[in-house]
Design a protein around this ligand. Structure first.
Ligand code: SAM
Length: 359
């Protein structure tokens, strides 16, 4: 059975399913979601098998919100022989080679849940003989190659796995779609990792240069204690940190930060405009999206990176409504921009949005 497989944060299966339904339909492909609450993944069987490869080509993880990774699954094995799991997997990968040619790597993965973690040790060990066997059978390049398709083997228990592939232009390059980061010990809060992950995974190298110019100016709304400001200061930007709370002394000592104990909804930049607006205020998503729109449309900021805190229900719909409104306003103002929204690994009940104006 041809199906899309999406990994997601446990608890976000319904949102991922709603997004897959919309994203596949937009591309003229149809299927239905199959999910279990808190499983950390969603299967999406397709009515037309031939749609699978089209989706693998055209539906990029980077353009979605909730999926951490997307895999074009061609087969599920649900009664693997514990003595020989490799032979049936090899057969499936042979069939996949007919569609995509030689693969550059194989990843053996599991859901990012407590149940999934029971499989972690097994998966880490199993990939070694599997990789050898695939290379021996001429199904994998001798050296790992990032610009080739990857094979994914996703175990849901010790004798059940889904086998599929991802293409370089569409996949999340991080294994299991999780980009882990080391917490910088001198950062004032763990929130710093959210902005770092957004900078590293949502902006390309050119956008990073454009948005985070050393010597450039930024406003950080809801800045305290300063985890996001820390990321900007690391990149030698001047920051207006807006929040009634306490900002870390270490940031003030850099001489790059001004602290303004004001309301983020009425604050305006000291010198009339800034290069970058960031915002991590805990507020209604539509209210935050409207505020971001005000700054971008009135050209108070060229670019924005912000969090939208998610409600308990209808999270996908809420996000789409907020971002549609923002997009419409920017388009009406004839501003050309690139908008991405992602539920990042370091996000909890929130998503991160980047809006980068075209040069
Ligand atoms: C999640 S915390 C921000 C954490 C920060 N990004 C960091 O990395 O350390 C949210 C902050 O938003 C601030 N906040 C909430 N509403 C605000 C408003 N209307 N104006 C300014 N700050 C606000 C709160 O005081 C709180 O410090």
């Amino acid at each position: 059975m041809a199906e899309l497989l999406a990994y997601c944060r446990a608890g976000y299966e319904n949102d991922t399913a709603a997004e897959l339904t919309a994203a596949t339909a937009q591309r003229g492909a149809y299927g239905y979601p199959v999910l279990q609450s808190d499983s950390g993944y969603v299967s999406f069987p397709l009515y037309q098998q031939e749609d699978l490869h089209t989706l693998a080509n055209t539906l990029a993880v980077a353009d979605t919100i909730f999926p951490r990774q997307l895999i074009a699954v061609t087969q599920t094995h649900d009664a693997l022989d514990k003595q020989d799991r490799i032979t049936p997997i090899l057969e499936t990968v042979r069939d996949i080679k007919e569609i995509i040619g030689m693969s550059g790597n194989v990843l053996v993965e599991y859901a990012d849940t407590e149940d999934g973690k029971q499989l972690a040790k097994f998966c880490r060990k199993f990939v070694v003989p599997l990789r050898q066997a695939l290379r021996g059978a001429g199904l994998l390049t001798k050296k790992e190659s990032d610009n080739k398709p990857f094979i994914h083997v996703f175990f849901t228990d010790f004798d059940t796995c889904k086998i599929g592939y991802s293409l370089p232009q569409s996949r999340n390059p991080a294994p299991m779609g999780i980009h882990r980061l080391k917490f910088p010990s001198d950062a004032p809060s763990r929130s710093t990792l959210k902005l770092e992950e957004a900078i590293v995974t949502m902006l390309d190298a050119h956008q990073r240069e454009q948005v985070l110019r050393a010597g450039g100016r930024a406003v950080d709304l809801g800045a305290c204690p300063g985890g996001w400001t820390y990321q900007l200061v690391q990149r030698e930007m001047y920051v207006e940190a807006v929040d009634n709370g306490l900002i870390a002394d270490s940031l003030m000592k850099t001489g790059l930060v001004g602290h303004f104990a004001e309301d983020g909804f009425t604050y305006r930049p000291e010198y009339g405009r800034v290069d970058l607006l960031v915002c991590d205020m805990i507020e209604q998503p539509d209210r935050v999206a409207r505020l971001m729109g005000d700054w971008l449309v009135k050209q108070l900021a060229d670019h924005a990176i912000f969090n939208l805190k998610l409600p308990m229900k209808k999270r996908y719909d809420t996000v789409v409504d907020a971002l549609t409104l923002l997009t419409q306003r920017m388009t009406q103002a004839k501003i050309a921009f690139n908008l991405r929204a992602r539920h990042l690994y370091h996000d909890r009940d929130e998503i991160t949005v980047t809006v980068v104006r075209h040069e």
